[in-house]
Design a binder for this molecule. Structure first.
Ligand code: DAO
Ligand code: DAO
Ligand code: DAO
Length: 205
């Protein structure tokens, strides 16, 4: 993708490249049902990945397969999640009344279930250390951009509107967060397919 991509329902606009090497692979929408009554759009998201990392980490194993053969290939998506590939998920907040309290509880539900799935039972401390950073006075108005980046060495770095708010080295946490978008039960299935197809295309460039 070489021009900004606009998410049609929300108008959120994603630059084609982040930093100097991460390319936009696909966009989607995170919804949440409230009390089983209505679905609210919480944020639009874009997933970015470093093309060179993809080639370096996965080219040997998957480079000979065509895009079609890689589509829906579980091992390929698993390896994208597991390897030391620089990636960013960029969240563009569209819900206008987001409180830190609801971020904290959504996080515990979505990320917490993955921490349990991939890390076993004893991750309460990691989760708590993490959510304790979500201070009540932080404001996340509509239009805020939260970037969650997996840097080299499985460091998860978080920024809000370009201001770094924290970083933590945890392969498990990186994996659990990316799993929300690229795992077996993604927030947006169509987005996951688009992202995987683009990731696969980097192998052949
Ligand atoms: O106002 O109670 C409400 C509904 C809020 C839903 C919030 C979902 C939060 C999703 C996580 C956002 C992460 C930035
Ligand atoms: O959509 O369920 C979800 C969770 C996505 C990850 C949320 C990360 C929120 C980071 C907010 C930082 C505030 C200090
Ligand atoms: O305890 O080592 C530490 C510092 C942890 C900083 C965590 C910052 C969390 C920012 C929110 C990220 C949401 C994915």
């Amino acid at each position: 993708m070489s021009v900004p991509v606009v998410e049609s329902k929300t108008g959120a606009t994603f630059p084609p490249v982040l930093g100097d090497s991460q390319k936009l692979c696909g966009i989607g929408l995170r919804k949440k049902s409230v009390l089983g009554l209505k679905n609210i759009d919480v944020y639009a998201f874009g997933v970015y990945a470093d093309e060179n990392d993809i080639k370096k980490c996965l080219g040997g194993k998957f480079g000979k397969l065509s895009g079609l053969e890689l589509k829906g290939n579980k091992e390929f998506s698993e390896d994208v999640l597991e390897n030391d590939i620089s990636m960013t998920v960029s969240l563009h907040i569209v819900y206008g009344r987001l409180s830190i309290r609801s971020v904290r509880s959504a996080f515990e539900e979505s990320v917490g279930s993955r921490l349990q799935k991939f890390g076993g039972s004893d991750n309460k401390e990691l989760l708590q250390r993490f959510t304790s950073q979500f201070k009540d006075e932080i404001k996340i108005p509509r239009g805020s951009v939260i970037n969650l980046s997996r840097d080299k060495g499985y460091v998860l770095r978080t920024s809000i509107d370009g201001q770094e708010v924290g970083s933590i080295q945890s392969k498990l946490l990186c994996r659990s967060i990316l799993d929300l978008y690229l795992g077996e039960e993604p927030f947006d299935k169509q987005a996951k397919e688009d992202i995987e197809l683009n990731l696969a295309s980097y192998l052949h460039k």
